[in-house]
Design a protein around this ligand. Structure first.
Ligand code: UTP
Length: 289
């Protein structure tokens, strides 16, 4: 299976991060100094993706702007001989071919994917949620693409979550096939802890076939007119095998306050220029708390 395109969903309201998301798209919020959407686009490119389609809402065009050249800023940095900063700014513009499609209203992940139907065409593609950040090398999407290719089947990322948290996620019933690889037999969106078929939650990376678009078009809208991606995935799993890869590394939910703050600290501790000072600042903060 050759996957060239990734669809990054970024048309949501980001209500859990209000008030900042009133004006600033959640996906532009940084991890230390790099917007989440850039980290995810970099993951896509490191996984072999050549074309990225952003799904944005009408008010979130700044997301696409981030990947376009900024001639005035670049000229100013050049004049000041800030070569490293110039490379940082230009880096985002050279990643891949990046285009955007609009989701006029936030009617769910399934509806968001459907907006990319024409841009994707009749080929398998990846879907990425930019508020889910996976800190691993090689990147998580690369691993999913390898499995999808080996099995010639749609593949999603799974993460084992505490049973008390299952109601926040889509949870699967699955049969282990190989180390960390499962065949998915059932999916339930946001089950109660008692009714959850497992503790394996679907995370924000998917490799999907183009037939998912037809299933999304036929999906019945649920609460608030939303079209869920999980429902279409379940339809898909009834027709052909769908696999899950259990990710065991670090994951940060940037769409949630605690996840956002934790990601800042974790990524800053990995930066040589920040780590020592941050460690001592954290120690004094903890002593004073
Ligand atoms: P989330 O459910 O985490 O984002 O969707 P949200 O709805 O924006 O956030 P809250 O719950 O109100 O705080 C994961 C990703 O999918 C996108 C979001 O932009 C986010 O990056 N999304 C969500 C869409 O593109 N369209 C939608 O209709 C819903």
């Amino acid at each position: 299976m050759r996957v060239r395109k990734a669809v990054i969903l970024a048309a949501g309201l980001g209500t859990r991060m209000l008030p900042v998301t009133k004006v600033v798209p959640k996906e532009l919020l940084p991890v230390v100094d790099t917007p989440a959407i850039q980290l995810v686009a970099e993951e896509a490119v490191r996984s072999g993706i050549q074309e990225i389609v952003l799904v944005i809402s009408p008010g979130k065009t700044a997301l696409l702007e981030h990947f376009k050249p900024a001639p005035e800023l670049e000229r100013a940095l050049e004049e000041r001989e800030k070569h490293e900063l110039l490379e940082l700014v230009r880096g985002a513009t050279r990643l891949a071919s990046i285009t955007a499609v609009e989701q006029p209203k936030p009617l769910g992940l399934g509806h968001a994917v459907l907006q990319a139907k024409e841009a994707v065409g009749a080929e398998p593609f990846a879907v990425m949620l930019p508020d889910d950040i996976f800190d691993c090398d090689p990147p998580l999407l690369k691993r999913l693409l390898e499995i999808a290719t080996a099995k010639d089947a749609p593949t999603v990322a799974l993460l084992r979550v505490p049973r008390a948290d299952v109601s926040k996620y889509g949870i699967v019933a699955a049969t282990p096939e190989e180390e960390q690889i499962y065949k998915i037999t059932q999916m339930v969106e946001k089950p109660s802890p008692e009714n959850a078929p497992s503790e394996l939650a679907i995370m924000g990376r998917y490799v999907l076939p183009p037939e998912i678009f037809g299933l999304l078009e036929n999906a019945k809208p649920g609460v608030g007119g939303e079209i869920q991606l999980t429902d279409a995935l379940m339809d898909l799993a009834r027709r052909r095998p769908v696999y899950g890869y259990e990710y065991c590394g670090a994951r940060y939910d940037l769409g949630d306050r605690l996840g956002f703050v934790t990601a800042q600290v974790a990524y800053a501790l990995k930066r040589r220029e920040l780590a020592d000072n941050l460690r001592s600042k954290l120690r004094s903060l903890l002593d004073a708390a």
